[in-house]
Design a binder for this molecule. Structure first.
Ligand code: KIV
Ligand code: ZN
Length: 510
């Protein structure tokens, strides 16, 4: 029991972050990277939420071979059957079923008595066991639940066949020492606790998700549920990279191991950030751009003399490396395809590959050195240029000159019809957005506009994130180009396409 399982829920809880919803292809790309990272379990989604979620879980189950694939189900028959169906192609599958056990959730949300909740839990686990031996049961809002009642529910769930018991801090309310005590208490008091692995799932509302998860490991938990970059509902979940590196760096304290290949951490972080449009703050532990940068002279001097004076981990250990030149102007289609495959990107059709290769060629004309990060952006951009998209960018001309009002002129495709539009703005990006709005009239509110360099240097591609909100719905759009105005227009149109392609999905916790 000296191994802690890493259960990644980026594709399920992570996707519940407002604006972070992913397409099936995006989920498959992230799942492949999670497999390379060697996570034990990938929670790929909540199949009952929508047909799209079902198909995404099924696609991940078909492709990933080295990690167990898990699907979430409320403690309801139709949810469980849907998960079982979606997981059919998996090499190794897990059904994760949950029901709330706190008085507040039982009374106000479920409108059930504790006895009804207990009966639902047992029925759900019993049904799930008909499809797989690997069943996980969660007491939603465990931290605000009565421990005596949880002992009864968990004992019954284990008796019904659950082999992983998860104790979520659903609302991020726990404090590390209390949470550790709760885990220890449950593991000691429940007579059949030894038949199950105890798992933790912490939200970050008080910024304590990682600390709580680690306290639980010290108390005996042997599975941690987490997400890349700490993505997740509200303030997010425990960040995988922080949990894993804390366990590794302070092995002297925790005395446990994980299976994770830590050199894949930065690549996973970048991929999730690119796909969701959630930038990683520069001072973010482990994966932030400044995580291994030393600014002050004293620190620089110390690190040059002896690295360990100011560094507790090596940058290479988590996958930071100098930008590696991979391809250039003269690289052929085969080299391009091979490098994409090495990055785990398999384009579904020859047409998609040809389109991506054309984009690569025109990028190589503008930018002489192409790095892995450029390819990642180029391909996600390529997948964003979906034939089903309503809005597309055909051409853009921006003019800015000191003393003159900046102007932008765009040729757009609106449902297959070409439209020319122009506007002035406070800068060329503002002018481009105003020009788009002049014809689209989306009524959406721009909540966030951010630009990041994909690699270093002024020749680099800029990656733009645009967040739009309309009628309570929030979406993130992404665009990348060496020209920031073009990248911005693409990001804006990408967000509008997401608003347009409205998919109704259920949130498991609502
Ligand atoms: O936060 C939570 O309680 C959850 C459960 C569904 C595990 O996400
Ligand atoms: Zn959660």
């Amino acid at each position: 029991m000296n191994t802690v399982k890493i259960f990644d829920t980026t594709l399920r809880d992570g996707e519940q972050s407002p604006g972070a919803s992913m397409t099936r292809e995006e989920k498959v790309r992230i799942a492949r990277q999670l497999e390379r990272l060697r996570v034990d379990v990938i929670e790929a989604g909540f199949p009952a939420a929508s047909q799209g979620d079902f198909e995404a879980v099924e696609a991940v189950a078909r492709i990933v071979r080295e990690s167990t694939i898990c699907g979430l189900a409320r403690a309801q028959e139709k949810d469980i059957r849907r998960v079982a169906e979606a997981l059919e192609p998996a090499a190794s599958r897990r059904i994760h079923t949950f029901i709330a056990t706190s008085p507040l959730h039982m009374e106000r949300k479920l409108r059930m008595t504790p006895e009804q909740v207990l009966a639902h839990a047992v029925d759900a686990v019993t049904l799930a066991r008909q499809f797989t031996d690997d069943v996980e049961f969660s007491c939603e809002d465990a931290v605000r639940s009565d421990p005596d009642f949880m002992c009864r529910v968990i004992e019954a769930a284990i008796k019904a066949g659950a082999r992983t018991i998860n104790i979520p801090d659903t609302v991020g309310y726990a404090i590390p020492f209390q949470y550790g005590e709760l885990i220890r208490d449950l593991m000691t008091r429940i007579p059949n606790a030894g038949l199950a692995v105890f798992s933790v799932h912490c939200h970050n509302d008080l910024g304590l998700a990682v600390a709580n998860s680690l306290a639980a490991v010290l108390a005996g938990a042997r599975q941690v549920e987490c997400t890349i970059n700490g993505l997740g509902e509200r303030a997010g979940n425990a960040a995988l990279e922080e949990v894993v590196m804390a366990l590794k760096t302070r092995r002297d304290v925790f005395q446990v191991e994980t299976r994770i290949d830590t050199t894949q951490i930065v690549a996973a972080s970048r991929l999730v950030s690119t796909i969701t449009g959630f930038p990683v703050q520069p001072n973010k532990a482990v994966v932030g751009a400044n995580a291994f940068a030393h600014e002050s002279g004293i620190h620089q001097d110390g690190v040059l003399k002896h690295r360990e004076t100011y560094e507790i981990m090596r940058a290479e250990e988590v996958g930071w490396k100098a930008n590696k030149l991979v391809l250039g102007k003269h690289s052929g289609r085969n080299a391009f395809k091979t490098r994409l495959a090495e990055l785990g990107i398999l384009l579904e059709s020859e047409t998609a590959l040809n389109a991506a290769f054309q984009r690569f060629k025109s990028l190589a004309d503008k930018k002489h050195e192409i790095f892995d990060e450029d390819l990642q952006a180029l391909v996600s951009e390529d997948q964003l240029d979906n034939p089903r998209d309503h809005y597309g960018l055909i051409a853009l001309m921006a003019h800015s000159e000191t003393g003159e009002a900046p102007r932008a002129r765009l040729v757009l495709s609106l449902g297959g019809v070409e439209k020319v539009t122009e506007a002035e703005g406070s800068g060329p990006v503002d002018a481009a957005f105003k020009a788009v709005e002049r014809v689209v009239k989306s009524g959406a509110e721009l909540q966030l506009y951010s630009v990041n360099n994909i690699t270093s240097g002024t020749e680099s591609q800029g990656e733009v994130t645009v967040r739009l909100a309309r009628e309570g719905r929030i979406v993130n759009g992404m665009g990348a180009d060496t020209d920031i105005v073009v990248a911005s227009a693409r990001a804006y149109l990408n967000a509008l396409n997401k608003l347009e392609a409205r998919v109704d999905r259920v949130n498991p916790q609502v």
